[in-house]
Design a protein around this ligand. Structure first.
Ligand code: BGP
Length: 482
């Protein structure tokens, strides 16, 4: 849409950067923390790139003060981080761990000291292992009660200082990797029934948490973050357009509709019925989902790339996992579900070394789509570039990351001009972090961390990259100086 004059970003826009507990904290068994699903999963040979773990990660647990100080220097307005459930409840339920509570108290207070608003994610994939041992984790309905109990403890303990809450991070990603692709815990492959059942439990955990938070703090802002890859039809053949609809329904709206409308898309339910998949629900679930949908304040969006969709005949591509986890460009395979759709590469777009399509306009497309469909404010809770960064003369020159971020921010600004209500933009990630399946070599940070795949490698020293200094100017100019 051509808008004559840009109004730019709103004055109170929250420029941020993000992390997740498992990817940065380390200290995996310190101060009473229980093991999480990821602590256990990474120890299974062959599950992660070169066997990398988050045992030490980038040691944020011990170095958070240094990290927050670096955030303060560039004037970061918000720091998005996640709480590790098994630090608060080592067993997931039962006994509370005061030292775990204290860690996040300290981190939150440190942020506030520098006027950085803490934006807290409650679940960024590290389920307490004990709950998996007790009853299969998310596979059991019991997980809903235990999650909501954990959520309430966090709300009542930190809610006086934390205004922005993200309940779930990328429910679509952790459930599909966990129960369809077998690449995240619990490592199950093609367990379609359980995949949808688990999702229902996670939706209920999200919904009850939203209701609980609003009862305690009606001025809190709450939502969940969705990994949104908007799609383009490969051609204007009607069958490609319909496959795009199937893709959107099953891969995007299936989650966002539940968060925002409190109901599953009808086409998805019909499809599941045809596969004999029936989601077990309590009679009151629909009502709870609807009530929570009325209360969410934003749609959280983690945006990295768009997807291309083409019709896939019943005898066609049958491949759920095409991921390139090595960083060897051009090794991603085409994925597809026979009879529904396939996802060929988009020849109009450049790719990262991990074959993620680089598409800044996709971010604007995502915001426009959410605004039209749900009319909700949006928090961009992640966006960034994974790359091989090299130190030269003690410095990291990453103009490619600046280009990536600049182009995405430009498109975001256009989305604001087009009426989207964007509240915040968080770069993934503040420091370099452990990439779940890609080790330490896939770096996203504005700040370099001296370590690689080997445990106890590197000094863990923090070195601000060129992109860090660039982002400082972006924040100072409220997105005008790009
Ligand atoms: C999102 C996750 C993040 C982060 C990011 C980059 O899916 O929420 O935790 O990891 O993607 O992904 P990757 O590390 O696989 O490159």
């Amino acid at each position: 849409m051509y808008i004559k004059e840009s109004k730019g970003f709103p004055e109170d826009f929250l420029w941020g950067a993000a992390s997740a507990a498992y990817q940065v904290e380390g200290a995996y068994d310190e101060d009473g923390k229980g093991l999480s699903s990821w602590d256990a999963f990474v120890k299974i040979p062959g599950k992660t790139f070169k066997g990398t773990t988050g045992d030490v990660a980038v040691d944020h647990y011990h170095r958070y003060k240094e990290d927050v100080k670096l955030m303060a220097y560039i004037g970061l307005k918000t720091y998005r981080f996640s709480i590790s459930w098994s630090r608060i409840f080592p067993e997931g339920n039962g006994k509370l761990n005061e030292k775990g509570l204290q860690f996040y108290d300290d981190l939150i207070n440190e942020c506030i000291k520098y006027k950085i608003k803490p934006m807290v994610t409650l679940y960024h994939w590290d389920m307490p292992q004990s709950l998996i041992d007790q009853y299969g984790g998310w596979e059991s309905r019991q997980s809903v009660d235990d999650f909501v109990n954990y959520a309430k403890v966090c709300f009542s303990h930190y809610g006086d200082r934390v205004k922005h809450w993200i309940i779930m991070n990328e429910q679509n990603v952790f459930t599909s990797h966990g129960w369809m692709l077998g690449t995240h815990p619990p490592g199950k492959i093609n367990d379609l029934k359980m995949f949808y059942q688990v999702n229902h439990h996670v939706f209920m955990a999200h919904a009850y948490s939203v209701l609980a938070l609003k009862e305690m703090y009606d001025d809190a802002l709450v939502g969940s973050s969705f990994a949104f890859s908007p799609s383009y039809a490969l051609t204007n053949k009607p069958e490609d357009a319909l496959s795009k609809q199937d893709y959107d329904t099953l891969q995007s709206y299936y989650w966002m509709d539940v968060y925002a409308y409190g109901r599953y898309p009808r086409a998805a339910l019909s499809y599941l019925e045809s596969l004999n998949v029936k989601i077990e629900m309590e009679p009151w679930d629909e009502d709870i989902l609807k009530r929570s949908a009325l209360l969410i304040d934003f749609m959280g969006v983690n945006y990295y790339q768009t997807t291309t969709v083409a019709y896939n005949p019943p005898q066609g591509v049958n491949n759920l996992n095409g991921e390139n986890n090595s960083g060897k460009k051009g090794t991603k395979a085409v994925t597809g579900i026979p009879g529904l759709y396939m996802n060929p590469s988009n020849d109009f777009l450049d790719k990262t070394d991990w074959d993620w399509a680089i598409d800044p306009s996709g971010l604007r497309f995502a915001c426009r789509d959410i605004t039209s469909r749900y009319d909700l404010p949006i928090i961009i809770s992640e966006n960034g570039l994974g790359a091989f960064d090299k130190i030269e003369d003690g410095k990291i020159h990453d103009p490619y990351r600046v280009d990536y971020l600049r182009e995405h921010i430009k498109e975001l600004k256009k989305a604001c001009d087009e009426g989207c209500r964007i509240l915040s933009y968080c770069v993934w990630s503040f420091t370099d972090v452990l990439s779940w399946l890609n080790g330490y070599q896939k770096r996203y940070g504005l700040v370099y961390v001296d370590r690689d795949e080997e445990e106890n490698s590197g000094t863990l020293k923090r070195i601000p990259k060129y992109s860090y200094y660039w982002y400082k100017k972006v924040i100072e100019s409220n997105g005008e100086n790009l």
